[in-house]
Write a protein that binds this ligand. Structure first.
Ligand code: ATP
Length: 353
């Protein structure tokens, strides 16, 4: 049985290789693919670099790493990679290619310089790993130069249309959840109220998921303005029902107060019994080793990105929907808005009685 399975797998690989040698060369002119990471770093970016590089090598394409995102594309900071250049990185946070935010790439002159670098290095396609800003840049560049670009969604915010999960979201939420668990220990020892600020300027996915997982009394997100009155009522109710500690998870972009420190002051002014504290989790949310989910997602999306480039399905983002890898046009991915999961809001309300 086992040897039968091995034979079956071997046959499949052989067919893929034969297609690479005899069919793609006619159809496909892709010999070199450049890849870059851009925008905010996210755990799992390295796993996606590894996947793109190895999928390229598997399909006889030369992978070329671009250092520091679009800035590196402009400056021609390229390095040819091979299967061994990405060894030992699947479990590492950050990105070995480094990332950057490039203002120059937002200008046509900057993008023209980037195109010159690409041509000079005989690059046939570009895979960009990042968030919606990265995709916007990639899309404009692709349209201006009629150049094949594919996007891989990697951002801790999970705010990209066309995929249920972005690479990094699962790792970041686990990091936040572990931090909330620790804060809960100290909060209950001192009967304290903690406001825990998490990342999410425009999207409350991290706050909502970690708030439910961490048993928060209230979750404040940019998508819903619950109002300061409701917050006070909710905390009063918690006090009356004998809760020994309270955690309020606040997304950076929440509109209920001016900021998390303002919320603390407001609550202390209206509920003098509360001893309130603020914990801003900040950049720790981006770091750390990626979870199993993110490593698997990154591996799947990297392979799909390369194979989509080979089969001329560029201009798309690879993403996950119903646990299947699917393509969404970059145009749609950058314009679409992700919606908050209302069911989670309801669950959180019920759980915090
Ligand atoms: P994150 O979600 O983690 O912030 P992101 O990809 O959205 O990631 P941005 O800083 O918005 O991060 O974008 C990354 C880079 O993409 C920018 O620094 C810029 O170089 C490029 N970019 C963004 N918007 C545009 C645009 N309108 N035109 C050209 N390039 C752009």
């Amino acid at each position: 049985m086992f040897s039968f399975l091995i034979k079956k797998r071997f046959k499949k690989m052989l067919i893929i290789k034969l297609i690479d040698y005899y069919i793609y060369p006619v159809k496909n002119q892709i010999k070199k693919i450049a890849l870059l990471t851009s925008g905010g770093d996210a755990p799992g970016m390295n796993a996606s670099i590894r996947s793109v590089v190895r999928a390229c090598v598997f399909h006889n394409i030369v992978p070329v790493g671009v250092y520091k995102g679009y800035d590196g594309l402009i400056k021609g900071r390229f390095e040819e990679m091979n299967a061994r250049s990405v060894k030992g990185i699947i479990n590492k946070g950050g990105t070995i290619l480094k990332t950057a935010r490039s203002e120059k790439f937002k200008l046509k002159t900057g993008r023209d310089e980037a195109y010159n670098s690409i041509k000079k290095n005989n690059i046939d396609g570009l895979i960009v790993i990042g968030g919606d800003g990265t995709f916007t840049g990639g899309l404009i560049f692709s349209e201006e130069n009629n150049f094949p670009v594919i996007g891989i969604p990697a951002t801790i915010d999970n705010d990209i249309f066309g995929t249920s999960h972005t690479i990094g979201f699962d790792s970041a939420t686990n990091t936040v959840m572990n931090a909330i668990d620790k804060i809960r220990d100290t909060a209950s020892s001192h009967n304290r109220l903690f406001f825990v600020e998490v990342m999410g300027r425009d999207a409350g996915h991290i706050a909502l998921n970690t708030g439910v997982a961490g048993g928060a009394e209230e979750i404040l997100i940019p998508e819903e303005n619950l109002g300061l009155d409701r917050l006070i009522q909710s905390l009063k109710r918690s006090e009356k029902t004998g809760k020994s500690s309270s955690i309020v998870v606040v997304a950076e972009g929440d509109k209920t107060g001016e900021n998390v420190f303002h919320l603390k002051e407001y609550v202390e002014k209206h509920l003098s019994d509360y001893d309130a504290r603020v914990a801003v989790l900040g950049h720790m949310q981006r770091g750390g080793t990626p979870t199993c989910f993110d490593r698997v997602l990154a591996s799947r999306l990297g392979v799909s990105a390369v194979e989509s480039m080979i089969s001329k399905k560029d201009g798309n983002m690879v993403g996950l929907q119903n646990n299947k890898v699917v393509l969404t046009p970059l145009k749609k991915a950058v314009k679409g808005v992700t919606k908050i999961n209302k069911e989670l809001l309801k669950v959180s309300d019920i759980m915090s009685i």
